[in-house]
Design a protein around this ligand. Structure first.
Ligand code: AKB
Length: 323
């Protein structure tokens, strides 16, 4: 990416957007990265450190206006309704995830945007997919509305690549663990909540059972994957918006044991709810060899280094301003 790019981030106040935006501002210049979100009550660091536009991705007109106003050349489309919220409001999830993505692709075609990043998710897999070392190419068959919208998004992106030569990239994010902004409405949210509760109360009640294992990734690796894939040479990519990327996989029980190495008094109990069924339909581990081969993907954090960093950062925040 050259330094003259003008970048739009949708969903900039969300879990990933709120960390991706400052990183891009550091890399490309504060005024060149336009944060946008449907919410306006966004953290002041985000609003004050560069341009902000209110944007509902369902409004194609407003999206076009912002692209023209800021002469946008690259888009990171981070707004989405996640799996658990999606099951509560499937109609909204369908609209935001599929029509929002279509609006981004269409606006990119109309405005000759150079590159777009459209994330997918491990939720594209379903009960009939292999659950161990889930391959890049395999049966998908998701049974959540979120997963269905992500498959539709991947297919639509593939269509734009072949039909309009749109440069669109994306990876199938696993659960993302971070300490700055809480995730909103995902099935993997327990892997973040457990840390907050461990630091706050030294106990946590988990909404999936102790043997649940899902692919996860620490935020610094998520940001690295996003930027590395965006920087990769398009001609070397055989896949586009559907790369499997793995970070780490652990059961909740293993995560709790790792936390107890730092906080021995920490206790956990389990009250599985409707999210257990979603978790049980997703992979336990992921084969990301295509990402490793095509753009050099390699994660840095494992369970132990991620846990240590999460607890250190949350403890610091608790002492400074309360959690
Ligand atoms: C969710 O749990 O819905 C997300 C995801 C895996 O895409 N974190």
């Amino acid at each position: 990416m050259k330094n003259k790019e003008q970048i739009l981030v949708t969903g900039a106040a969300g879990q990933i957007g709120s960390e991706l935006t400052p990183l891009l501002r550091k890399k490309y210049g504060e005024s060149r990265v336009i944060a946008s979100d449907i919410k306006t009550d966004i953290p002041s660091e985000l609003k004050d450190s560069g341009p902000f536009e209110k944007l509902d991705v369902l409004s194609a007109g407003r999206l076009g206006e912002i692209i023209a106003k800021h002469k946008i050349t690259l888009i990171f489309h981070m707004s989405a309704i996640l799996s658990a919220t999606g099951e509560k409001n499937p109609q909204l999830a369908w609209k935001v995830n599929t029509e929002g993505t279509r609006n981004i692709l269409e606006a990119s075609r109309e405005h000759s945007i150079k590159k777009i990043f459209v994330p997918s998710s491990i939720a594209v897999f379903g009960p009939s997919s292999p659950r161990e070392s889930t391959p890049q190419e395999t049966i998908l068959g998701p049974n959540t509305i979120y997963g269905i919208t992500k498959v539709a998004g991947e297919l639509l992106c593939g269509y734009y690549v072949s039909r309009f030569k749109t440069d669109v990239r994306g990876c199938r994010y696993p659960g993302i663990i971070s300490h700055k902004t809480l995730p909103g409405g995902g099935t993997t949210d327990y892997a973040v909540a457990i840390f907050y509760e461990a630091v706050r109360k030294k106990k946590y009640t988990c909404f999936v059972n102790k043997e649940t294992m899902l692919p996860m990734m620490y935020m610094p690796d998520c940001l690295k994957a996003t930027c590395d894939l965006m920087d990769a040479d398009f001609d070397n990519l055989k896949h586009h918006a559907d790369f499997n990327v793995a970070g780490m996989s652990f059961t909740v029980h293993e995560l709790a044991r790792e936390i107890q190495r730092h906080i021995p008094e920490f206790t956990i109990d389990y009250k599985p709810d409707y999210r257990q069924k979603i978790a049980d339909s997703w992979p336990r581990t992921i084969d990301d060899s295509a990402a490793r081969k095509e753009w050099g993907w390699k994660p840095e954090y494992d369970l132990s280094s991620m846990t240590e960093d999460m607890l250190k950062e949350l403890q610091k925040r608790k002492e400074k301003s309360g959690l």
